[in-house]
Design a protein around this ligand. Structure first.
Ligand code: ZN
Length: 298
């Protein structure tokens, strides 16, 4: 099943409306459950099992009375308490950056203030902002010391992510790079459009993903090429910390980022970026010059 955050409310998508979400039919979870289930997507993950059970019982011929309008779609997990990223998790990407594939997951964290939805403008103020399409995992059941065998039981669903990265900030100082800061500027973690439960995907371990810039394909791969797959990431992270409902794990990006292009190509105002994952959907973002207020005038 597929859910969206529609103008701040959790909405179940009609099972037959699988493609573009503009015009798709939706059912407001709180209203349709007569107030038994929460309206706010950020509150949903604490009760995810109940929501999924309820959604299983919804009659597809019943009243899906919302007709979705894309600009109102927001991040499926709008206020994650923890956001994890994974560096160099596809061997073709580690090769293009000239770095060795890691022996353990290379984890960084992103700030919650960087989360945004699946559309709209992203402000940029430098000439070193790069794209990284990724599959993101949203946690449902809390996880502490999860095993590889049971890890999927902790997943609420999967969504599309961009791990937008300011390479100058990310790579400085050169001997101790600051990944978390360089990837946490405002709106640098777009998520969406839908949150799809793993059982609704043909093969949750092998999803095509990619992105295009101004219509030209830049990244294209499959999650079966991940060095550390979803179960291994959950087992590894939950062995260190407690994963909480609504937490987001960006699983890593394949090759094709602008940093590795010859010549290097970074995002510019006016660029249009489309990011997609098989079975989940597409996000479309435009980039605009950030207005930078200066203290004291000038
Ligand atoms: Zn990334």
């Amino acid at each position: 099943m597929r859910f969206v955050n529609y103008a701040g409310r959790l909405v179940l998508l009609h099972p037959d409306d699988g493609g573009a979400l503009d015009g798709a039919r939706g059912l407001d979870v709180e209203r349709a459950s007569h107030g038994l289930l929460p309206a706010a997507p950020e509150a949903a993950f604490d009760r995810w099992d109940e929501i999924v059970d309820w959604a299983r019982g919804v009659d597809a011929s019943g009243p899906y009375d919302l007709i979705l309008h894309e600009p109102f779609l927001a991040s499926p997990s709008p206020r994650p308490r923890q956001i994890f990223g994974v560096g160099l998790n596809y061997s073709d990407h580690s090769a293009e950056t000239g770095m060795a594939a890691p022996e353990l997951p290379l984890i960084f964290t992103k700030l919650g203030t960087s989360v945004t939805g699946p559309g709209g403008p992203i402000p940029i103020s430098t000439d070193a902002v790069d794209w990284e399409v990724e599959v993101a995992v949203v946690i449902g059941r809390p996880a502490r010391h999860a095993t590889v065998d049971t890890a999927w039981e902790h997943v609420a669903g999967l969504t599309v992510a961009q791990d937008i990265s300011e390479r100058g900030i990310q790579m400085r100082p050169a001997d101790t790079p600051q990944f978390g800061l360089g990837k946490s500027l405002p709106a640098f973690t777009p998520l969406g459009p839908a949150l799809v439960t793993a059982d609704a995907l043909d093969d949750r371990e092998d999803l095509a993903l990619g992105c295009s810039l101004n219509g030209e394909e830049r990244q294209s791969s499959r999650t079966s090429y991940l060095i550390f797959d979803v179960p291994h990431l959950i087992a590894y992270l939950s062995g260190i910390t407690r994963l909480l409902p609504g937490d987001v794990i960006l699983t890593g990006t394949p090759s094709g980022v602008g940093l590795a292009h010859d010549p290097q190509r970074f995002l510019r105002p006016g660029d249009e970026l489309e990011s997609w994952v098989e079975g989940i959907g597409s996000m479309r973002h435009s980039f605009v010059a950030e207005e930078q207020p200066r203290e004291g005038g000038s």
